[in-house]
Design a binder for this molecule. Structure first.
Ligand code: A3P
Length: 288
């Protein structure tokens, strides 16, 4: 099996590390979705794990039993990671499936079904900071170097999973091509988690009573998830994620970039953002 042990490209997108193979990426792009599937799509560090928890809790009416006893990669497996394929093969619908793949790789397969797609986006500056810290603790990713070096690669789109701009614009500009598509932002979830839960439960056509919503809200709060070994990635062997170098559940805030980016870096990002997003009407909240 051909491993992507070093940084390689697959249909123009950069992939690093050993969790993906050419075979597993081909498997993902040719996947037969079922109409009962719900697919979480994100660029890395945009609130993927949070949405996995939200879906688990909404579908279980706020009951945390599954969320607290089954690892997130077993209940919402990664489409493109080879070690999840057995889980996907043996799980019957309705399934929750997670992916970071860009639209041009997954759109064609998704359009063949009525699967529900939830796209979670997060502001670029917070993603860059979160991704930088993640590279430091995730041993399967390359050493990011200094933040400045990482930011430059990130803005060019030469990091794992490619360009944030292409990802966000690719999915949102084709949202009408997907039969059931929900767009939500990390910032929206952060500002009004209760409202976000209601939005997701409406989209899934899974109505929750107020007490069930309150329970779901409690168990998908940052503090609760930080302590939950089923989602905080402390079950992962140290050679894959080294929690002595940083936590997966790091800060969980909007606007943390202000503690890291210099004035100059922030202006650089603004300039690149303006030119890359000139053809998009998306608006992000950068701080709260
Ligand atoms: P930070 O590194 O900024 O803390 P992903 O799951 O897509 O990899 O994203 C991880 C980011 O989401 C991390 O951001 C993590 O702390 C944050 N996150 C996870 N659960 C969260 C929650 N319940 N509330 C707020 N942020 C959360």
């Amino acid at each position: 099996m051909a491993r992507l042990d070093v940084t390689e490209t697959f249909h123009g997108i950069t992939f690093s590390g050993h969790l993906h193979t050419q075979d597993s990426l081909n498997y993902a792009t040719n996947f037969k979705f079922q109409d009962t599937d719900t697919v979480i799509v994100t660029y890395p560090k945009s609130g993927t794990t949070w949405m996995q928890e939200i879906l688990t809790l909404v579908l279980n009416k706020g009951d945390p039993t599954i969320a607290q006893n089954q690892p997130n990669w077993a209940r919402a497996p990664w489409l493109e990671q080879y070690y999840c394929h057995e889980v996907l093969k043996f799980s019957s619908g309705p399934r929750i499936i997670t992916t970071h793949l860009p639209y041009h790789l997954l759109g064609p397969a998704l359009k063949q079904s009525n699967a529900k797609v939830i796209y979670v986006a997060r502001n670029l500056k917070d993603v860059a900071v979160s991704y930088y810290h993640f590279h430091k603790m995730a041993n399967f990713l390359p050493d990011p170097g200094s933040f400045s070096e990482f930011l430059s690669a990130f803005l060019k789109g030469t990091v794992h999973y490619g360009s944030w701009f292409e990802h966000v614009k690719g999915w949102t500009s084709h949202s009408k091509d997907i039969h059931n598509f929900l767009f939500i932002t990390y910032e929206e979830m952060w500002q009004d988690l209760h409202g976000a839960l209601q939005k997701v439960s409406r989209f899934l056509q899974c109505p929750l009573a107020e007490d069930e919503l309150m329970l779901a809200q409690k168990y998908c709060s940052f503090n609760s998830m930080k302590e939950n070994a089923m989602v905080n990635y402390t079950l992962i062997p140290q050679e894959i994620m080294d929690h002595s170098k940083g936590k997966f559940m790091r800060k969980g805030k909007v606007g943390d970039w202000k503690n890291i980016l210099t004035e100059e870096q922030s202006c650089l990002v603004d300039d690149v953002y303006s030119s890359q997003m000139a053809d998009s009407s998306l608006l992000f909240k950068w701080e709260m």
